[in-house]
Design a protein around this ligand. Structure first.
Ligand code: AMP
Length: 210
């Protein structure tokens, strides 16, 4: 099964992707994680992407499409995959179609902007494994230390208030049109993001199984 998780940055796509990936035994692919890894390792891709990411802009389509194409060619994607953070523009969605990828379902996790701002400004992520926390809603057991791997938890540069505003603006301008794009193709289901992650997961799984 090929799935897309759509939604504003911080709506909880990554968390849902992890759960579904365990449940369906298919990989979750986050272009954001691939790009952050490249930035961390100072690769050519990372050097290209860093400025865009830190300012809250999107990395150019041709760069991200290339990354995605290589990643889904992997052996582990043979039985399907979950896309988290791709596509983010209509040309990216069209590129998927051109690659011959058939998308079974698109789940939009909907969270209002005010909530997104609260969530992202308190978000902390593990530098080592990428696990996600929130200072108020989901703190790590020891402040600054990842529960899963003991790595250091930090605030992402793009989770600063001004950058959050820019990411939301970019989301509404460039990514939100994908809702219509997939609704027209009969693929879209909207799930309202709940206070409790487990409640959102129930709704997400129900939407996938429907
Ligand atoms: P994310 O972790 O999904 O919020 O992604 C972090 C940042 O990586 C975004 O704000 C963009 O700068 C970049 N990025 C991730 N995925 C894409 C994509 N599909 N298209 C363009 N830029 C992307």
């Amino acid at each position: 099964m090929n799935l897309i998780l759509l939604g504003a940055p911080g709506a909880g796509k990554g968390t849902q992707a992890e759960v579904i990936c365990d449940k369906l035994q298919i990989p979750a692919i986050s272009t954001g994680n691939i790009l952050r890894e490249a930035v961390k390792n100072g690769t050519e891709l990372g050097i290209k992407a860093k400025g865009y990411m830190e300012s809250g802009a999107l990395v150019p389509d041709e760069v991200v499409i290339g990354i995605l194409k290589d990643r889904i060619a992997g052996d582990d994607c043979k039985n399907g995959f979950i896309l988290d953070g791709f596509p983010r523009t209509v040309p990216q969605a069209e590129a998927l179609e051109k690659m011959g990828v058939v998308i079974d379902k698109v789940i939009e996790i909907f969270v209002p902007d005010e909530k997104i701002e609260q969530r992202l400004s308190g978000r902390r992520v593990c530098e080592a494994c990428g696990a996600s926390y929130h200072v108020d809603y989901k703190p790590s057991k020891v402040d600054g230390v990842c529960d899963k791997c003991g790595g250091k938890t930090v605030q992402r540069k793009d989770d600063q208030p001004e950058t959050i505003k820019e990411r939301l603006r970019v989301y509404h301008e460039q990514t939100a049109p994908l809702k219509d794009y997939y609704a027209k193709r009969g693929k879209l289901t909207v799930v309202e993001g709940q206070e409790e992650v487990a409640d959102t997961t129930k709704l997400t799984l129900k939407a996938i199984e429907a």
